[in-house]
Design a protein around this ligand. Structure first.
Ligand SMILES: Nc1ncnc2c1ncn2[C@@H]1O[C@H](COP(=O)(O)OP(=O)(O)O)[C@@H](O)[C@H]1O
Ligand SMILES: [Mg+2]
Length: 353
């Protein structure tokens, strides 16, 4: 749609339109593609499209070439390419028809002990006609599986190693039973370097004609923290809501407090009288819809830049950590906010000693 509000309807056949992105959207109708979230639309197709984890992808390619793929265990924070990598592996092994050769289970599926036994067994036992080699079972978000299910899985892995390879994907590797870990080759997916996220964001910005300012991009990359999914999702949400995306729009979209708000809040906690400060912050929280949790993360970064004596800084950092923990275990925001204010007053006093 044109930005002046007029409807711009294009009746010409979408001949060349999708050419640049045709790789990412193979085999789908154009209208289907437009409805896709950008994380799906721009999901890497081949292993070469997976950025940053070159050591991992080259190792896996070698395994495939020698026809010696082991069971795989991918772990690391969200949005770093774990699912994309295994799907690209499947496409590389089986070609375009890869969906028939893989079984994909994730946390939304029921994964008690019965599912592991039945569904996996069934898939592992049926041999597709003319299939060569092994099939692939992908267990996404496997750290959500119960201990019993993992124990059952261990048996299944052993039993079907002949014609099935497993790829187990999780965020926290320590939640996977050691017995399963030792049967897999482990790959750690680290958070993506900002430069890599930036490159990808740039190409999406170009393809979707997003109006993103330099400040906006900086804020987006900072908030993404190496999570490509988050970067793309925030970008898409902002693009839908605003015609031009700057720093403020990014912070508004994510519900994160704007750095200037944090500055105002911290300065008030340091300098103003208790009640004044409390009322100001409460009002700001309501007006902007900020969560105390996000205020604490922002404050934590800002405190680094304040010139405190070491004892005051240590005290404050410790208190921020404690408050974050209390909030996560159900502490109320009002009480935690006043406690935090009190801590700032103490820190100021410590700093003058
Ligand atoms: N290493 C990467 N290279 C290219 N795109 C990536 C990478 N990691 C994540 N993405 C993007 O983020 C989205 C989510 O990635 P995904 O592989 O599902 O992450 P994970 O499974 O690690 O949470 C993908 O659709 C893709 O657009
Ligand atoms: Mg995933």
């Amino acid at each position: 749609m044109a930005s002046d509000g007029q409807m711009d309807v294009d009746f010409s056949p979408p001949l060349d339109k999708g050419k640049g992105k045709s790789k990412a959207v193979e085999g789908r109708e154009p209208h289907e593609v437009d409805n896709l979230p950008w994380v799906e639309k721009y999901r890497p197709v081949t292993l070469d499209d997976v950025v940053s984890h070159k050591d991992i992808t080259t190792t896996i390619v070698k395994f495939i070439e020698k026809n010696r793929l082991p069971h795989l265990l991918f772990y690391g924070p969200p949005g770093t390419g774990k699912t994309s990598t295994i799907l690209a592996v499947a496409r590389r092994i089986y070609g375009a028809e890869y969906k028939k050769q893989i079984l994909e289970l994730n946390a939304s599926d029921d994964r008690g002990i019965d599912v592991v036994r039945e569904q996996i067994k069934q898939f592992a036992e049926t041999r597709t006609l003319f299939s060569k080699g092994f099939k692939l079972i992908i267990l996404d978000e496997a750290d959500m599986m119960t201990q019993q299910a993992q124990a059952a899985l261990r048996r299944v892995i052993e039993q079907y190693t002949k014609n099935v390879r497993f790829c187990i994907i999780c965020n926290y590797v320590n939640k996977i039973a050691p017995a399963i870990q030792s049967r897999c080759t482990r790959f750690r997916f680290s958070p993506l370097p900002i430069a890599e996220v930036e490159k990808r964001v740039n190409s999406v910005v170009e393809a979707e004609k997003v109006n993103l300012t330099q400040d906006g991009k900086k804020a987006l990359l900072k908030l993404s923290k190496g999570d490509m999914r988050r970067a793309l999702n925030v970008l898409q949400a902002c693009h839908a809501a605003y015609s031009s995306i700057g720093e403020t729009e990014i912070y508004n979209c994510t519900g994160n407090p704007h750095p200037s708000d944090i500055e105002t809040i911290v300065n008030s906690m340091l300098a103003d009288e208790f009640t004044t400060s409390y009322q100001m912050i409460s009002a700001m929280k309501t007006e902007r819809g900020l969560a105390l949790q996000d205020l604490i993360s922002g404050t934590y970064e800002y405190v680094e830049t304040i010139d405190f004596k070491p004892q005051a800084r240590v005290y404050l950092l410790d208190f921020l950590a404690t408050t974050e923990h209390r909030l996560s275990t159900g502490g109320g925001e009002k009480m935690q906010l006043s406690a935090l204010l009190g801590a700032f007053k103490n820190a100021v006093e410590l700093s003058t000693k």
